[in-house]
Design a binder for this molecule. Structure first.
Ligand SMILES: [Zn+2]
Ligand SMILES: [Zn+2]
Length: 333
């Protein structure tokens, strides 16, 4: 049986061709001439009876997926990936086949797969030092064991991903979706976990002023995670578009700062900072500043601004996958 899958197949010639030719026609990046293509592939089969096969309900489109398709993503993780892989680590689906030793799961149940290929899915009974203490995102064996290299499904050729009709998961990765959670919300479990991780690792104090740079999915999940963990902080969200501002308001933002306007001046005014003009280059905010900034855009400009907008002895938390930055001025620290 065959199915359709959106796959990424890297080779140096394809990669180089995509980088060069996308300026002429961006569709080269996904029409099969470069790395990404819609292909017919065999339906996946269970590697052993601890695994399940899942029929996709929804596959999420992550910023890293778009970055990968556009060949912007840092090559850092490429040795921890295996090609060709099917995209799609954000996922929600229905169990289509359950291995005999996959636990008390049943065909037809709605699930989401924890998007990490740590020691257990890789067949190790003795866990690495990080997995042993539950920090499976830091697993040191993501290129070893029973699976091809891959930090997540959606970057591993053996598991498939949610950008196809079926994908595979080890029983240890499964979470049932309760009936009162919609498919759309279940799909956000993985990006929400990104925000939740940052909120739990670096929680703001109740009286602090918090800035969230960016109101895309990660910025909004950051906000939702802070409120879900009970934060009473003043949370300001920099949003570029009205629909983002509306979503941020709904999720509990104290103030929305217009990212299309001069937000450096806006935040300087709100925090009683001076704005100084250097001999050349970007303006400097001196004094004032917010207590904590969660940077959720990942661009050079945004990380650079995060450092400028945060007070002395404040905290800047980089959330998500920033990648390569070339234009960040660290002097503010
Ligand atoms: Zn993601
Ligand atoms: Zn491990």
């Amino acid at each position: 049986m065959f199915m359709q899958a959106i796959q990424f197949n890297a080779s140096i010639p394809r990669y180089a061709f995509g980088l060069a030719a996308q300026k002429i026609s961006p569709s080269i990046l996904w029409n099969g001439m470069s790395c990404t293509a819609l292909r017919d592939v065999p339906e996946p089969t269970l590697p052993n009876d601890e695994w399940v096969k899942i029929k996709t309900r929804y596959g999420g489109i992550c910023g890293t997926d778009l970055g990968t398709m556009h060949l912007h993503t840092s090559p850092y993780l490429s040795p921890l990936s295996s090609f060709p892989f099917t995209f799609g680590h954000e996922n929600v689906g229905t169990l289509a086949e359950v291995g005999a030793r996959a636990g008390a799961f049943q065909v037809g149940e709605r699930v989401t797969v924890e998007a990490l290929l740590w020691c257990k899915p890789r067949g190790f009974q003795d866990l690495c030092r990080f997995c042993a203490r539950g920090e499976i995102n830091l697993c040191e064996r993501m290129n070893e064991g029973a699976l091809a290299p891959g930090v997540q499904p959606g970057f591993c050729r053996d598991t498939g991903g949610s950008w196809s009709e079926y994908y595979l998961a080890h029983a240890s990765q499964l979470a049932r979706i309760p009936d009162n959670v919609s498919d759309e919300n279940a799909l956000l479990v993985e990006p929400f976990a990104v925000g939740l991780h940052a909120a739990l690792q670096y929680p703001p104090r109740a009286n602090e002023t918090v800035l969230i740079m960016g109101a895309g999915v990660i910025g909004l999940m950051m906000l939702a995670a802070l409120r879900a963990t009970g934060s009473k902080a003043n949370i300001w969200v920099v949003a570029r578009y009205p629909f983002q501002a509306a979503a941020a308001r709904r999720l509990g933002a104290t103030e929305i700062i217009d990212g299309k306007q001069d937000y450096l001046a806006d935040i300087a005014k709100r925090t009683d900072a001076q704005i100084l003009k250097p001999i050349i280059g970007k303006r400097v905010m001196y004094g004032g500043g917010v207590d904590v900034t969660y940077e959720c855009v990942g661009s050079d400009a945004s990380i650079d601004d995060a450092l400028r907008l945060t007070r002395h002895r404040g905290r800047v938390v980089l959330v998500g996958v920033p990648g390569i930055t070339k234009q960040v001025d660290w002097t503010a620290i």
